[in-house]
Design a protein around this ligand. Structure first.
Ligand code: NOJ
Length: 546
């Protein structure tokens, strides 16, 4: 039986650009990550997932790879990467790489060759197609807005396909050579000692055909490229040809547009070991329409999709934050009066769920969205594209469009340099202007300060992580939802020997419940003092049922 290390450890996502800049050039780097391994070990982390560190022009911050076998010089060298693996191993921390194989960068030599030379065999590594009259080959659009076809310069009526930015041309998985190349990449990093891969948009890699898509505002044509049989087959092949030959290799899929049934199929066919669902990430917690002052969000909008997946699939990657999402306290908690309580409540909620828990850098110190971020300060290509399309559709000013985009989908909120202390640039580096501005809250919210405060969010995460690491029930117990209200989540985690009840109030309301504490022992709670049978604002408790 292969080891399933990914089921036992908490995974911490590092966004290398922003984690720690050891050489003070404004960009985070691998040496910086090595410096902070002890911090992660102390936190209780058993595995780190590195967002892409490969050579890249960074049009989409590394999700556009120009050489899969080279480390981006901004991050360091292959030797630094080998050192990171060795240093992590010393501390029993495993490494997960980001595998971005739906597309390459347009600067990848194979794509460059395909662009320049019509007869190159690399044309068929991608999708080059003739236009349909004056129009692109089909009506599909890119996830980052606009058509998913870009004109090939200096060639008449020829286009290439890109589901994301035009600098990210899609690879053709009907071409055997492409599949073989990916298998070699997998082997290369597994041989180095990497434990697994987080696979970018992995349920979209196989395009069954290039017919027009059904009408839809977003991702038109997805019925021809999402969760196709060909997609399963490729992943099954990776498993058989590569992963099965390594002791503990695993794949976690980034898979939007999934149903629990399809998600379970990925697991049952061993196409993936687990995946991320996106229903809760799209839940209506935003001020969706700029004219509404208050969002019509209730915490149940978050609980409901999460619980659906908890109940319906055997294993999952559970998360609240990643590099594409707003900060969870800003979104689901309270930035002001109940800031600490709400951050801790979210920690109890997340770390009590079934599946492998993913914590995103900064989540453990309660990082908030930027207070103010302007269009000019924004780096995120998707946010900028969203501003353009909002302007086109709603005919509003750039400012107005940006205001809305910034509140809802600007991914830079999660990408600000990490807040290590209250010194210049929050201790991210020694003072060189960072690639993205420092979050305004760094003096109040940082590791150094929180380490020294007994009741800090960081110290609470540590406690909660320890509890999870030591509890078979939290790691492997079954999940059962208990009916609750719009504001309070209640669920059980059970094994044959033990039952935990988790109660999480994600609102400012107080609730009384005569039976709340009946026959129960409190294992962990986010308030110093719990009033019997009362649930205070953002109070969260893990009970053991007697
Ligand atoms: C998902 C990644 O998480 C996101 O950051 C990226 O922009 C797209 N895939 C395209 O690779």
């Amino acid at each position: 039986m292969k080891k399933q290390v990914y089921k036992e450890r908490i995974i911490y996502q590092i966004y290398p650009l922003s984690f720690k800049d050891a050489n003070n050039d404004g960009y985070g780097d691998l040496k910086g990550i090595i410096e902070k391994l002890d911090y992660l070990k102390d936190l209780g982390i058993g595995m780190i997932w590195l967002s892409p560190i490969y050579a890249s022009p960074l049009k989409d911050n590394g999700y556009d790879i120009s050489d899969y076998y080279k480390i981006n010089p901004l991050f360091g060298t292959m030797q630094d990467f080998d050192d990171l693996i060795a240093e992590a191993k010393k501390r029993d921390i495993k490494i997960v790489m980001d595998l971005v194989i739906n597309h390459t960068s347009d600067q990848h030599p194979r794509f460059q060759e395909a662009l320049k030379n019509k007869d190159s065999k690399y044309r068929d590594y991608y999708y080059f197609r003739k236009g349909n009259g004056k129009k692109p080959p089909n009506n599909r659009n890119s996830a980052f807005s606009g058509s998913c076809w870009e004109k090939v310069p200096n060639e008449d009526n020829m286009y290439y396909l890109h589901l994301f930015t035009k600098e990210q041309p899609d690879l053709n998985y009907q071409n055997e050579e492409v599949i073989k190349e990916v298998e070699n990449i997998l082997r290369f990093y597994l041989d180095k000692g990497v434990s697994g891969f987080r696979c970018d948009v992995i349920n979209q890699i196989y395009k069954t055909n290039l017919e027009n898509g059904k009408f839809s505002l977003f991702s038109r044509g997805r019925e021809h490229y999402e969760n196709q049989e060909g997609n399963f087959k490729i992943l099954e092949r990776f498993r058989k040809e590569v992963l099965d030959k390594y002791d503990e290799a695993f794949l976690v899929g980034e898979t939007s547009a999934l149903t629990p049934k399809i998600g379970q199929e990925y697991i049952d066919r061993r196409a993936l070991d687990m995946f991320f669902e996106f229903d809760h990430a799209f839940c209506k917690s935003f001020k969706l329409i700029p004219i509404f002052k208050k969002p019509f969000y209730k915490p149940k909008d978050l609980f409901k999709p999460i619980f659906k997946w908890q109940k319906e699939v055997s294993w999952i990657g559970a998360y609240l934050e990643n590099h594409d999402q707003l900060r969870s306290v800003s979104r689901f908690g309270d930035e002001k009066e109940f800031y600490k309580e709400s951050a801790k409540a979210l920690s109890i909620f997340l770390l009590s769920l079934k599946g492998t828990i993913f914590i995103y850098e900064g989540e453990e110190i309660g990082t908030l969205n930027y207070k103010n971020l302007t269009y000019e300060e924004t780096n995120d290509c998707m946010a900028k594209n969203a501003v353009d399309s909002t302007r086109k559709i709603l005919h509003v000013s750039k400012n107005r469009a940006f205001k809305w985009v910034n509140k809802t989908v600007n991914r830079d909120h999660a990408r600000a340099p990490f807040q290590w202390d209250d010194s210049v640039n929050g201790g991210f580096n020694e003072g060189h202007t960072p690639w993205l501005k420092i979050n305004e809250y760094y003096k109040e919210i940082n590791v150094k300060k929180e380490k020294n405060e007994d009741n800090s969010i960081l110290n609470f995460y540590k406690k909660m992580i320890r509890l999870r690491n030591e509890s078979e029930t939290l790691k492997f117990g079954d999940f059962e939802e208990i009916k609750s209200n719009n504001y309070v989540a209640k669920f059980l985690r059970k094994t044959n020997n033990e039952i935990f009840l988790i109660v999480v109030n994600l609102s400012k309301k107080t609730f009384k419940d005569k039976k709340l504490d009946e026959s129960k022992e409190i294992i962990l709670s986010n308030y110093e003092k719990h009033n019997k049978n009362v649930l205070k604002p953002y109070e969260a408790i893990i009970y053991k049922i007697k």
